[in-house]
Write a protein that binds this ligand. Structure first.
Ligand code: SF4
Ligand code: SF4
Length: 377
């Protein structure tokens, strides 16, 4: 561990080369990050505290719950060490929105809506958005209205004075579950901040003409480390806005956590069974879950190295991976528990299309590999 800290001390987080990434990422959690950068944290404390405004759109609050499950350090410890003022977070705020006769009442100490207005006016904050944003019906945004204001307008106002915008979770990144194909999706018209499914032209910011740097932390929900490390790196200046083009992939995901040339399948604890062609077809067995619809060969995430729940487990230890970190999730992974090869194509597209719409050749290699595996080549 000492060596790891030494290595990490000499490089900037999120700018690691591939070798360092492979060495470090299995062990690097938010706790290591905070201890590695303790010197910078001390000097960061000399500056005015960084504010975070965290907005909730259409979602289940699962991403916030995932963050609250961070245990080493927990969220309170991490925010304290980073000297962060989580100034506005609707799930955690003591304040409530209070209207009397259609007007906001009391002060920011009691009224969350006044607090939000004040914070936006003051500026100098990182805006985190959890959940998707409905444009429907007919571009009005009135399928999600808070205090007479469509949520899309609140996001647009908050984005104007933000130094950076972080979209947390599949819904904020691409529309997620709320934007899954259905009979009503055209009417509800849910958007992510920078994308709708995989289309950047339909992302909320493009639609509303907002030009702000966006970092996508996908997942359903995302790993707490992905959120804390990204916010930590931004707050400490380990990553500046100028760095974003070189550290994010074309879907605005930090390549450190979502490497273009690495998939969950590479480090799955069941991988030995896959290589031997031993597959489970029902719940509870020890073998590979490919035939039960595991999508990990297409999932560009460090999940199997980082592991979840205090680094004790990863999804494929419990059931098939649903590739929740991929652009356009969940449609990109549907049908979820059906072997991808049943469709004769990879995740609803032929190999050529996948090469265009996913993050590079690794997905194709993984897919071809999987198809060969199934054919016994
Ligand atoms: S297909 Fe899924 S269960 Fe099987 S080895 Fe790969 S990641 Fe593990
Ligand atoms: S292992 Fe698969 S389902 Fe689990 S978090 Fe990673 S990408 Fe999502």
């Amino acid at each position: 561990m000492k060596n790891l800290v030494k290595i990490l001390d000499s490089v900037d987080i999120l700018k690691m080369d591939r070798r360092t990434f492979m060495k470090g990422v299995g062990l690097l959690g938010a706790s290591t990050f905070l201890s590695t950068y303790s010197t910078q944290i001390v000097s960061a404390l000399e500056f005015a505290e960084t504010k975070i405004i965290w907005l909730h759109g259409a979602e289940s609050t699962g991403c916030s719950e995932s963050l609250l499950n961070a245990s080493n350090p927990d969220v309170a410890q991490a925010l304290n060490k980073l000297n962060v003022n989580l100034a506005y977070h609707e799930t955690l705020l003591a304040q409530q929105g209070i209207w009397v006769d259609g007007k906001l009442a009391n002060t920011a100490d009691l009224n969350s809506e006044i607090l939000l207005e004040d914070l936006i006016k003051q500026g100098n904050y990182i805006l985190v958005v959890e959940g998707s944003i409905p444009m429907g019906p007919a571009g009005s945004g009135r399928y999600l209205v808070i205090g007479e204001k469509p949520f899309k307008d609140t996001v647009a106002e908050a984005a104007k004075n933000a130094t950076a915008v972080v979209a947390v979770g599949a819904c904020a990144c691409w529309g997620g579950i709320t934007n899954a194909n259905s009979d009503i999706v055209n009417d509800t018209d849910y958007r992510g901040i920078a994308f709708a499914k995989t289309d950047p032209k339909k992302g909320l910011f493009t639609e509303l003409g907002i030009d702000k740097p966006v970092i996508n932390i996908p997942g359903c929900p995302p790993h707490p480390d992905w959120i804390l490390l990204t916010l930590g790196a931004l707050i400490l200046g380990k990553v500046t806005l100028n760095d974003l083009p070189s550290i994010l992939d074309e879907y605005k995901r930090p390549m450190l956590f979502f490497p273009p040339d690495h998939v969950v399948h590479d480090n799955c604890p069941r991988r030995g069974y896959y290589d031997k062609g031993l597959f489970d077809e029902g719940a509870g067995g020890p073998n590979c879950l490919w035939k039960m619809g595991c999508k990990a060969p297409y999932a560009h995430g460090d999940c199997a190295m980082r592991k979840w729940n205090g680094s004790v487990s990863v999804c494929t230890q419990a059931g098939p991976c649903i590739a929740c970190v991929e652009p356009g999730f969940p449609d990109s992974s549907r049908p979820l528990y059906v072997e991808a090869e049943d469709k004769g194509v990879l995740l609803g597209a032929d190999v050529g299309t996948i090469a265009k719409v996913t993050v590079g050749v690794a997905a194709v290699a993984a897919g071809v590999h999987a198809v060969r595996r199934m054919k016994g080549e």
